[in-house]
Design a protein around this ligand. Structure first.
Ligand SMILES: [Cu+2]
Length: 166
């Protein structure tokens, strides 16, 4: 009876999430070859960091690998639609900006993306939250959310904005 109740509860929760909360499996899956990630395409080193798009939104490209994120320090403007696009060069890593709902998994072979908006300037950390090996606890990056005007000034000077050199 207990196991039957658990099954019925699971079916109810899955139906509730799917129908009422409209939680669906990803409709769109983008793939990327982890073996050539650093040589060709969107995730080459010179293309990583924050980029202003023609529509005014910002795209942040990040690569995770044992045991670091590139770039190590990510700059994000306030009051702007920000799309994170991240990929793993080796195995599964976690992508989490503390105290926000930005939370992804980086699975080798796939592009993980998420859109978010930040309302106030804040400094946060981005630890890897999927155990990825002996150096896992040292794998994290900084996230600086800065006022939009300040960000746009930096974006005029550089093609890709980060706070790595600071
Ligand atoms: Cu990791």
């Amino acid at each position: 009876m207990v196991s039957l109740c658990i099954i019925v509860l699971m079916v109810f929760l899955a139906t509730f999430a799917g129908v009422h909360l409209a939680t669906m499996p990803q409709a769109r899956v983008e793939t990327v070859d982890p073996r050539t990630l650093h040589i060709t395409g969107e995730f080459i080193e010179s293309n990583l960091g924050s980029a202003v798009e023609p529509d005014g939104s910002v795209t942040v490209r990040i690569v995770g690998q044992q045991y670091s994120f590139t770039p190590q320090c990510i700059l994000i403007p306030t009051d702007t639609q920000v799309t994170f696009r991240a990929a793993s060069a080796d195995l599964v890593h976690g992508f989490l900006i503390q105290n926000t709902n930005v939370n992804l998994m980086l699975v080798p072979g796939y592009v993980s993306s998420l859109t978010a908006r930040f309302t106030k300037p804040v400094q946060s950390n981005m630890p890897c939250h999927e155990y990825c090996g002996t150096g896992h606890e040292g794998m994290w990056a900084h996230v600086h959310v800065i006022p939009k005007a300040e960000f746009l000034k930096l974006a005029k000077q550089r093609r890709r904005v980060t706070c790595v050199a600071e």
